[in-house]
Every structure is written in structure tokens, then in C-alpha cells.
Design a protein around this ligand. Structure first.
Ligand code: GAL
Length: 361
């Protein structure tokens, strides 16, 4: 009888083998963030959310990024839409799926496959109780010369997002490129972006719905040198803008600027990065091999914030990796130091703040 039971259990395990492997993967709770290394989601798959941003809503972080299609290079149109992941500890991410897809059927759609859909950022509008996804949208067949800001809307952070409309950013008929959507403490939303075709950095305030720019854009005095990949954060009454230079998919040195008034004059401070990416052996002259995409505060940890960078792989974009590093802001200066691996507990100990609780996803 015993032998029969043993045989039966073995058969069960064998029949369920794929599920068994899946369960084993699910159980592996990660403890650290390892910049420039493959980052697995809670299903054991590499996270596919490039050029992304974070939204914190009701105790959960949502990571939205470019969903890159398997087997396509950038030149072969690798953009599949917006991929979302959720987490409460910033280390273990649950796949929420593609929350806005490009349109594979309707060739006339603004999102028709073959469009370029980049750098999605999601913001919550308290007034309309809407989640708005903004992204760079280059229509199919148009290329990088003329850009739109695409806007999609959802009723919950995990989507689905429904495409709503597009507009030309920067007050230019050619639109604008890389951008940051910065929501100030009074709820006003600003579009900070690099205008096309002259690459001047400009700022425009959005209307109350966050649908369209409310009026004219202003040139950001002091933000020079073709700044791209902007990421804005406010600390102690000052605004910090982390960005890059302009060299397509190739990395260049990061730079940052500060101001005490968003529409005022910005001060240039140079490169905030320190150290060397020991995985790829790349230093700060190339931002550890990455380009900035977002900076955000850690909830419940005073002064702690994190910068997100992308290591682009234009020949095989789905294999692009992420560099997340703590940002230190002290006496009006910003620094981003390389770490091989780290977690929120390190940040807590460093600044004497209570440790954040790890959650199960
Ligand atoms: C980068 C930009 C990326 C992508 C790329 C295309 O400068 O940050 O989002 O547009 O150029 O070459």
C-alpha cells in the first residue's frame, strides 16, 4: 500500500512539474535591488518596463514602463505598449500585465503597431479620480521628427488604460521629446520637456483635468546643453531636475539643476553620480551605462529617494536592464552613488529612520 501511495505522489509531482517550478519561483522573495543585473518579477520573469516611472497609491507602488517586444530591435519597432508591475517593498514586483497595448489591428489608430511609444509616466488626478498615463508618441511612419504626448486614462492604477487623446508638447508644431510630469504640492501638474526641433528645455502647466497644457510654455532659463531624460523631485522647498545629454540610445554623463521656483531660473550643478558600475565596469562619464527616467520619494522614509536609470539595448531592447540607486540630497546638493546591491533597510539605517516592513505580494 505504502509503495502504491509513494508511486502515486511521484506521479502527481511529475504531472505538476511545470506548476511545481512556478511555485518554487513564486516563493523566492528577493531581499535586495541589484543594479544592472536581471531583475525578476514574482513569477520569475525578467521585468519588462523600460523608460519607466512610479506611482504610489494606497500603500502600493506601481511601476509603469515601455513593454518591449521579444525578438524586435528598436529599428524593427519594439514598442508594445505600457507594462505595469506592483509592489509594496520596491524589490518584489508582481506582473499586472500590459495595461495599454499598441493596436495590432487598426492601421489608422494613433497607437497602430509601428508607432513609437516611450517613457510612460502615470499621475493621479484627485479632481476626476482618474489615473492618467502620459507617453511620448511618434505616429506610425512619422519617425522621431514630430512628436506627440499621448494620454491614456484608467479608473484604477492597474488599468486597463484607454487611449484618450494626444497633443503637441512644448508649444511647438513639432512637439517635444523626453519629459517629466511633475505634480506640485498644490496639485498643479507641470510638463517639463525638451522642445523639438531646437532642443530647448521648456515648462508648461497642465489644465485641471491634466488633459492639455493650460497656456504657453516658458523656456527654463539655465537648463542648457540639450538636456534630455528629465526627472524632477522636490526636497525642502527646492526642485531638483536630474537629466542626461542627448546621444540617442548611447549613455552620456548625467547632470542636475536646481531652482526654488519651477518657472524661475535654474542653476546647473554638474554630474551627481559617484563610483563605478562594477557589473559592466562603466563609470560616471556614462552614468554607469544608463540614462535617467524617474526619481521618487520612498513613502514613510523622510528624505529617502530613489533614482531610476535604463541601460538601453537598441539591438534587443527587451534585454535592457535597470539601475536603481538611492539619491542623497544634502545642503542643496544631490548625489547618486553606485551600489552593487542594496535595500530599503540600508536607507533606513543610514538616515536613522525606522525600517520599512517587507510585504508579501
Ligand atoms: C533617447 C531618449 C529615448 C529614445 C532614444 C531614441 O535620447 O531618451 O527615450 O527616444 O533617444 O534614440
Amino acid at each position: 500500500m505504502k509503495a502504491i501511495t509513494a508511486l502515486f505522489s511521484t506521479l502527481l509531482v511529475l504531472v505538476n512539474f511545470p506548476g511545481y517550478i512556478q511555485a518554487q519561483k513564486l516563493l523566492a522573495v528577493q531581499k535586495v535591488i541589484s543594479p544592472a543585473q536581471v531583475w525578476l518579477d514574482t513569477n520569475g520573469n525578467a521585468i519588462n518596463a523600460h523608460g519607466g516611472g512610479i506611482l504610489f497609491f494606497e500603500g502600493v507602488y506601481y511601476w509603469y514602463g515601455e513593454h518591449k517586444l521579444e525578438g524586435k530591435s528598436e529599428a524593427q519597432f519594439a514598442d508594445g505598449g505600457i507594462h505595469c508591475y506592483s509592489s509594496a517593498d520596491l524589490v518584489n514586483w508582481k506582473d499586472e500585465g500590459v495595461v495599454l497595448s499598441v493596436d495590432y489591428k487598426d492601421k489608422k489608430s494613433d497607437l497602430a503597431y509601428g508607432c513609437i511609444l516611450e517613457r510612460p509616466k502615470v499621475v493621479y488626478n484627485q479632481k476626476n479620480k482618474q489615473f492618467l498615463a502620459f507617453f511620448k508618441l511618434y505616429l506610425k511612419g512619422v519617425g522621431y521628427e514630430t512628436s506627440n504626448v499621448g494620454v491614456a486614462v484608467a479608473g484604477k492604477p492597474s488599468g486597463p488604460f484607454i487611449y484618450h487623446h494626444k497633443f503637441h508638447g512644448g508649444g511647438s508644431p513639432n512637439g517635444s521629446g523626453d519629459f517629466s510630469m511633475f505634480r506640485d504640492e498644490d496639485g498643479a501638474l507641470y510638463h517639463l520637456t525638451v522642445r523639438k526641433p531646437d532642443k530647448t528645455f521648456v515648462i508648461g502647466k497642465m489644465d485641471d483635468d491634466y488633459y492639455y497644457p493650460e497656456g504657453k510654455y516658458n523656456v527654463c532659463d539655465g537648463i542648457t546643453m540639450h538636456t534630455e531624460a528629465p526627472a524632477v523631485i522636490k526636497r525642502g522647498g527646492d526642485y531638483y531636475l536630474l537629466g542626461s545629454g542627448s546621444s540617442d540610445w548611447k549613455p552620456n554623463a548625467a547632470r542636475y539643476f536646481t531652482t526654488d521656483k519651477l518657472t524661475g531660473k535654474w542653476t546647473f550643478h554638474g554630474n551627481p553620480c559617484l563610483g563605478v558600475n562594477s557589473v559592466d565596469n562603466i563609470g560616471i562619464e556614462s552614468t554607469f551605462g544608463g540614462q535617467s527616467s524617474f526619481v521618487f520619494p520612498v513613502e514613510g522614509m523622510k528624505d529617502a529617494c530613489i533614482a531610476m536609470f535604463d541601460i538601453w539595448k537598441p539591438e534587443n531592447p527587451v534585454t535592457g536592464k535597470y539601475i536603481w540607486l538611492p539619491v542623497e540630497v544634502k545642503d542643496g546638493k544631490m548625489s547618486v552613488s553606485w551600489r552593487d546591491s542594496w535595500n530599503l533597510e540600508d536607507l533606513g539605517q543610514k538616515s536613522g529612520i525606522k525600517k520599512l516592513q517587507m510585504i508579501d505580494n
